[in-house]
Ligand binder design. Structure first.
Ligand code: NAD
Ligand code: 0WE
Length: 258
């Protein structure tokens, strides 16, 4: 059975009740994991309050700010893990960012700054968090990141995020090869489009969702809970032989050719 009791799980990327990371955190909690949460802080502390209220039912034993563009915050996040938990078992990387202007129009118009920022926040952060988790996963572990089809095929307007996700999926493989010797598994989940804070800011997301509902074998999109269940599986002993993979949780959409 899927059992995560005794496992310490650090979850990044919760912004609100629609976040994929929220679906994942709930399913890890349901499977018995001890939960730690990181959030992206803002000046007024609004995010801290919002996320704290949301995650309260999961009784998190760690709740720390972590802007992945801030070296100090990444360091203190893993210092907190070390001092309060001693060991880490599960790391969920569930965040991405690109300038809104870079998610429409011609890809070749992307600026150096926009390209760099998208890859720093969405791709490099994964490598960095995995590297920081490595010495704390003393009993082995499981690392999961969230990716999208736009990283392997052209999805109109996904643009620079597609390049970031391609790098992310290749990072899954290089990290899996490196961390495998410590029995740390590294996998990605490629989720179908879901209405979240990030995706709702994208023009035409509802049309994309309706397209998936017509074409996908299951004739629907997926939910945060379904992604959360797949993540819980990948983090459990049921997936002990699986590493370096990208698992599609997309109602089958990506298999279709016509
Ligand atoms: P979301 O807006 O709920 O989550 C994005 C998170 O990224 C937020 O919590 C935000 O605070 C965080 N973030 C942004 N910049 C950050 C920074 N500098 N430091 C720390 N955190 C930062 O949206 P979501 O759709 O749940 O996105 C989560 C992940 O799922 C992303 O990697 C996204 O690419 C991926 N994904 C989303 C979909 C979809 O359709 N929604 C599909 C496939 C994959
Ligand atoms: O990965 C994502 C969302 C990524 C994202 C979204 C935003 C919107 C607001 C990253 N950065 C930002 N920055 C903002 O300012 N998805 C998989 C959802 C998504 O985004 C798209 C999609 C889909 C699907 C963008 C264009 C086309 C399709």
């Amino acid at each position: 059975m899927l059992d995560l009791t005794g496992k310490n799980a650090l979850v990044t990327g919760i912004a609100n009740h629609r976040s994929i990371a929220w679906g994942i955190a709930q399913q890890l909690h349901n499977a018995g994991a001890n939960i730690g949460i990181t959030y992206l802080p803002d000046e007024r502390g609004k995010m801290e309050k919002k996320v704290a209220d949301l995650v309260e039912p999961l009784n998190p034993t760690l709740f720390v700010p972590c802007d992945v563009q801030n070296e100090t915050q990444i360091q203190s996040t893993f210092e907190a893990v070390k001092s309060q938990w001693e060991k880490l078992d599960i790391l969920i990387h569930c965040l991405a960012f690109a300038n809104k202007d870079d998610l429409s129009g011609n890809f070749s118009n992307v600026s150096r700054q926009g390209f760099t920022q998208a890859l720093e926040v969405s791709t490099y952060s994964f490598v960095q968090l995995a590297g920081a988790a490595k010495p704390l996963m003393t009993e082995g572990g499981s690392i999961v990141t969230l990716t999208y089809l736009g990283g392997v095929r052209v999805v109109p307007n996904y643009n620079v995020m597609g390049i970031a996700k391609a790098g992310l999926e290749m990072s899954v493989r290089y990290l899996a090869a490196e961390l495998g010797t410590q029995n740390i598994r590294v996998n990605g989940i490629s989720a179908g489009p879901i209405r979240t804070l990030a995706s709702s800011a994208v023009g035409g997301i509802l049309d994309m969702i309706h397209h998936v509902e017509e074409i996908a074998p299951l004739r629907r999109t997926v939910t945060q809970t379904e992604v959360g269940n797949a993540a819980a599986f990948l983090c459990s002993d049921l997936a002990s032989g699986i590493t370096g993979q990208v698992l599609y949780v997309d109602a089958g959409y990506a298999i279709m050719g016509m």
